[in-house]
Write a protein that binds this ligand. Structure first.
Ligand SMILES: Cc1cc2nc3c(=O)[nH]c(=O)nc-3n(C[C@H](O)[C@H](O)[C@H](O)COP(=O)(O)OP(=O)(O)OC[C@H]3O[C@@H](n4cnc5c(N)ncnc54)[C@H](O)[C@@H]3O)c2cc1C
Ligand SMILES: NC(=O)c1ccc[n+]([C@@H]2O[C@H](COP(=O)([O-])OP(=O)(O)OC[C@H]3O[C@@H](n4cnc5c(N)ncnc54)[C@H](OP(=O)(O)O)[C@@H]3O)[C@@H](O)[C@H]2O)c1
Length: 391
């Protein structure tokens, strides 16, 4: 996953530079609804957040959310430590706050990092269990332990090693903002920024877990709630400057987000370039995100082509790259007339498989070898006609 670097906030967008990750804008949630239907295995939400006049973004940008840990998670940690929460600690800026506030707003008490195991071992070097997982030689063992666990599990499995609350700042990483691709065009929605968020929920080691930011947005960010945000520019994911250039967009799952933004922008500007969207999800009935809007755009002839791949609507899985292969001839024709090719969503598997399919499409279309296809793709990359926003 792409890490959000400290410098990111400095590259804030347009007039929005006043607000950064360290000086966020307190935005009001104006809309927060489920996009997925009953029976879906996903909980994917459409969320709209107010902006102050002068805050601006460009399609392709992201919005950073500064989440809070949920009260239950904070209280579980306090119980494991035997503290009440009113103990005083110094935060990362040496500002004195209560331990409760630190656990809620400053510390990553969710998904456990290997560094926490190493740091706890530094505090308790005689602990045999920690010794087995600490240091570079035991990386695999520590990673296996951390998977699906949180701070509370570490504190429960290795109790009473923390002797004073301040030590938590040594053991636990800082709670960092989470990025979400912007799903709207400001030309269509001047006063807000919209996102498409899949809420992470799972059970592991006997506990219900949730992602800190997506859980916050899923459970505790109803209409009217305030949440700290900042806008983050992504100049490597941009619509073509030439408004007549065709665009091909591959956006399964939440990967649809920036393409909704691209399409709204091109529509608002009346750009003449052709638009081709490949969308994939598990089931058409409950997982076709933004179905009505996309189908309307398609009916209007603005979204030139709309291809969908619903992986679980039939026995054998069908993915976006299968649709690309089925449309190889036409896809290559679009590329040959200068189309820009964009991919957004899962970095680990989907983006790689889509690139493999793209190489195949180019090889077939040009009657060339895969070697030639690789050169063709390198040329596209040089011209910034192949852009990725994957995580
Ligand atoms: C540039 C960029 C754009 C993004 N755009 C979007 C977007 O448009 N929409 C979107 O939804 N997300 C997007 N993301 C991902 C998003 O930033 C967060 O990473 C995501 O929402 C999870 O954050 P969280 O705080 O909810 O979960 P966290 O608290 O960070 O927890 C997630 C972690 O939980 C663990 N975990 C998850 N499932 C399981 C399981 N079943 N078993 C065990 N452990 C598990 C994993 O370690 C995982 O990394 C984007 C990321 C980047 C970098
Ligand atoms: N860090 C986090 O915890 C976190 C939180 C939210 C989202 N994300 C990431 O965000 C991305 C989008 O998640 P999402 O749930 O919206 O959608 P997703 O998991 O990408 O699923 C969307 C569609 O893509 C299919 N798919 C699975 N493997 C594929 C492959 N190799 N090639 C092409 N398509 C494939 C899925 O099919 P099947 O499911 O039927 O196989 C599904 O139909 C993923 O990277 C996800 O891991 C991460």
């Amino acid at each position: 996953m792409t890490e959000v670097l400290e410098q990111d906030s400095k590259s804030a967008v347009g007039h929005a530079s006043k607000y950064t990750r360290n000086n966020p804008y307190y935005s009001t949630v104006t809309y927060n609804e489920l996009l997925t239907g009953e029976g879906s295995e996903k909980e994917t939400r459409h969320i709209e957040l107010s902006l102050e006049e002068g805050m601006s973004y460009t399609p392709g940008d992201a919005v950073g959310i500064l989440p809070e840990n949920r009260a239950e998670a904070v209280s579980e940690v306090l119980t494991a430590l035997g503290y009440k929460g009113d103990e005083r600690v110094l935060d990362h800026y040496k500002v004195e706050i209560s331990l409760e506030e630190a656990l809620r707003t400053r510390l990553q008490i969710g998904k456990l990092a290997r560094s926490s195991v190493n740091q706890l071992f530094k505090i308790a070097p005689d602990n045999a269990g920690l010794k087995e997982m600490a240091g570079p030689d035991n990386k695999a063992r520590a990673e296996e332990y951390c998977w699906g666990r949180e701070l509370v599990d570490l504190l429960t499995d290795f109790p009473w090693l923390i002797k004073e609350p301040q030590q938590l700042f040594q053991v636990v990483a800082r709670l960092t903002p989470r990025m979400y691709s912007i799903a709207s065009s400001q030309l269509a929605h001047p006063d807000d920024v919209q996102t498409t968020v899949r809420v992470v929920r799972y059970d592991s080691h006997g506990r219900n877990r949730q992602g800190v930011a997506s859980g916050h947005l899923g459970d505790r960010a109803g209409t009217g709630i305030t949440i700290p945000i900042f806008l983050h520019a992504n100049n490597n994911f941009r619509l073509p400057v030439d408004s007549s250039a065709p665009v091909i967009m591959i956006g399964p799952g939440t990967g649809i987000a920036p393409f909704r933004s691209f399409l709204e922008e091109r529509q608002a500007k009346g750009e003449p370039g052709d638009n081709w969207l490949f969308f994939g999800e598990q089931r058409e009935k409950m997982d076709f995100l933004y179905k009505d809007q996309l189908q309307q755009m398609h009916r209007d002839g603005f979204l030139t082509r709309l291809d969908t791949a619903f992986s679980r609507d039939q026995h054998a899985k069908i993915y976006v790259q299968d649709r690309m292969q089925e449309r190889a001839k036409e896809l290559y024709e679009w590329l040959d007339r200068g189309a820009y090719f964009y991919v957004c969503g899962d970095a680990t598997r989907m983006a790689k498989d889509v690139e493999t399919a793209l190489l195949d499409v180019i090889a077939k279309g040009s009657n060339g070898t895969l070697e030639h296809a690789a050169e063709y793709l390198a040329g596209m990359k040089k011209q910034k006609r192949y852009q990725l926003d994957v995580y």
